[in-house]
Ligand binder design. Structure first.
Ligand code: ATP
Ligand code: MG
Length: 261
């Protein structure tokens, strides 16, 4: 995608979080597709960020990548060890721009290996600053987060406009969704809005799930049905962005895209 750096962009950041296997990657990929489809006339710019160290957003989007932000960080830190005078900060921005995969309608950035726990390495601070700046060049940035809660404590996804919290028909994922909400409140995370989404819901199970969730004080705001076509595509290795327009999961994600301003 050719980014026009001069034009004013919305700079909206949307993170997709939740327990492992709940469907974060599928939802992130379909959301990118629906944002682009519904706003085709506006010619919006979208940045896809794969923030899961076990990256699979590129596969869901059907594109490949060569290097991650983690690779750049490691290489620059190694260089710095050999040459203490090296000013790595000045090199970062250009290097990140080099590894962004430019597709026709959107760009992709793969984060790769995360910083270690309790790592106060200033490089990570620089990375966050660069990503903050980068997102301002796009109308929407969609971040596919790693499973669980770590990304919140590492601050990689703390300042987002909307966090989609995904759960499925398991109590464990419901509890992770609750923890995500609580941590966001405790850390005073600057998340303007959380949207709780139940995914992979079989026919007739919605009422039961809503009742269970409400016992924990959690309101489910969107439901994406169990969609056999997603499983079929994933099994055959077909990118999920190629799902038919009338697939039940696509229709449900379209509703979520419509909620996003
Ligand atoms: N609506 C759906 N209907 C049926 N299957 C689904 C649906 N959404 C996702 N799946 C399936 O659930 C599995 C997990 O989906 P996905 O990889 O998107 O989850 P994830 O939360 O990103 O997982 P991870 O935490 O491992 O990154 C996949 O096999 C996918 O095909
Ligand atoms: Mg995933």
């Amino acid at each position: 995608m050719k980014r026009d750096m001069r034009a004013m962009k919305k700079g909206r950041v949307i993170a997709v979080a939740g327990k492992g296997g709940t469907g974060k990657t599928a939802i992130a990929a379909l959301l990118i597709r629906e944002l682009l489809r519904s706003r085709a006339q506006e010619e919006i710019c979208v940045l896809a960020v794969d923030a899961d160290p076990d990256s699979n957003l590129p596969e869901a989007l059907g594109i490949s990548y060569a290097k991650t932000v983690g690779d750049i960080r490691e290489a620059l830190l190694e260089e710095k060890q050999r040459d203490a005078a090296l000013d790595i900060w000045s090199q970062f921005e250009g290097k990140i721009a080099e590894i962004i995969v430019e597709e026709e309608h959107y760009d992709l950035l793969v984060m790769g290996r995360p910083e270690g726990p309790g790592c106060y390495c200033p490089v990570n601070h620089i990375i966050r600053m660069l990503i903050d700046t980068l997102t301002k060049n796009y109308d929407y940035t969609v971040i596919d987060c790693e499973a669980g809660l770590e990304h919140l404590s590492r601050r990689t996804t703390r300042d987002v406009d909307l966090m989609l919290v995904v759960l499925d028909m398991t109590l464990k994922s419901l509890k992770t969704a609750l923890r995500l909400k609580q941590i966001a409140e405790e850390l005073h995370v600057d998340v303007t809005k959380l949207l709780t989404i139940a995914n992979k819901i079989p026919p007739g199970a919605e009422t039961m799930l809503r009742a269970e969730a409400s016992q924990y004080g959690l309101e489910i705001e969107e439901v994406i049905p169990f969609d056999a076509v997603i499983q079929d595509y994933d099994f055959k290795g077909i990118p999920l962005v190629k799902l038919p327009d009338d697939a039940p999961s696509v229709i449900a994600v379209r509703r979520i895209a419509e909620r996003i301003k």
